[in-house]
Design a binder for this molecule. Structure first.
Ligand code: CDP
Ligand code: MG
Length: 138
């Protein structure tokens, strides 16, 4: 059993795709163990995207991720970290395979709807940024 952090990014909320994207994880058989609608502050964005803070495109990413509400979720189930990444698809929506969330819903490298942790260490680190232990109830 694994838990991974999924963020429904501001473009997902703005495009009213929350329900459809959440349904993909539920349809797969995964459990939503925690969920909240919230705003990402610049400070939170820098913590979450620590590996990208020094990249030239980081300021645009921060403006995007802080630009509207997001939904943060802990998604739980067997091999959830790898499988959810595969369900999300590669970063650029133009390159993501059909059948993946980004492949089906995004044509953008930045506005790609969903974040998913990329490994066990990232999942642990990122879940702790968005949720206290008590908030993970699944
Ligand atoms: O989200 P993922 O792990 O697939 O991609 P990443 O390379 O870790 O980048 C994190 C996020 O930054 C992406 O999901 C995009 O939203 C954004 N990004 C961007 O704005 N411009 C880029 N050139 C690359 C990524
Ligand atoms: Mg990444």
């Amino acid at each position: 059993m694994e838990r991974t952090l999924v963020l429904l990014k501001p473009d997902c909320v703005q495009r009213r795709l929350m329900g459809r994207l959440l349904a993909r994880f539920e349809d797969k058989g995964y459990t939503i163990a925690a969920m909240k609608l919230m705003r990402v502050t610049p400070e939170l964005a820098k913590r979450h995207y620590a590996e990208h803070v020094h990249k030239d495109w980081y300021p645009e990413l921060e403006a995007f991720i802080t630009g509207g509400p997001i939904v943060a979720m802990a998604v739980e189930g067997p091999e959830a970290i790898r499988v959810v990444r595969e369900m999300v698809g590669v970063t650029n929506g133009l390159k993501a395979a059909p059948g993946t969330i980004r492949g089906d819903f995004s044509t953008s490298q930045q506005q790609n709807l969903v974040h998913a942790s990329d490994g066990p260490e990232s999942a642990r680190r990122e879940l702790a940024i968005f949720f206290t232990d008590a908030e993970i109830v699944g």
